[in-house]
Write a protein that binds this ligand. Structure first.
Ligand code: ATP
Length: 133
């Protein structure tokens, strides 16, 4: 299958640079897949499961939490706020974060900002846990 060059990074640095057959991630408007030959494109990323399929067919899964994805002249650049490969996710930590956020939300009495922060923490934890499943 045809491949295209892709770079995946976060503000902390470059995490992957190479050829891929496909990258799948969640944008703010829904899930998307980029294949070779995609037209020039740019979108903001949401929170969700992501994966890339490498030249040899290997699938690498990750949690992607926000950022930007662009395709320019056939080359894809994914700059994520947070990108964690499946093998780097600490499931126990995510379960604890889920527990803390759920308790906070269930307890109530939160300001708008506290509510949004707890919701976002819960979402991040759920994404990490679903990638680990
Ligand atoms: P926690 O309450 O456990 O810190 P969080 O959702 O608030 O969770 P973030 O602010 O999204 O954490 O992330 C802070 C840093 O910790 C980032 O570098 C992120 O990659 C890392 N991180 C957070 N949770 C995990 C996890 N479960 N496994 C691996 N890395 C994690």
């Amino acid at each position: 299958m045809a491949t295209f060059p892709i770079r995946i990074g976060t503000p902390d640095g470059l995490l992957f640079e190479g050829e891929a057959e496909r990258v799948v991630c969640r944008s703010i408007t829904g899930d998307l897949a980029i294949l070779a030959g995609h037209c020039n494109f740019c979108t903001a990323l949401g929170m969700g499961e992501a994966h890339i399929v490498l030249e040899d067919g290997t699938k690498r899964e990750a949690a992607c939490i926000g950022g930007m994805l662009s395709v320019m002249h056939g080359s894809c650049s994914l700059l994520a706020t947070t990108w964690e490969w499946k093998e780097d996710i600490d499931a126990e930590r995510a379960a604890r974060a889920k527990e803390r956020a759920s308790e906070k939300l269930a307890k109530g009495g939160l300001s708008d900002q506290e509510y949004k922060l707890a919701q976002a923490k819960l979402q991040r934890a759920l994404v990490r846990l679903s990638v680990k499943e």
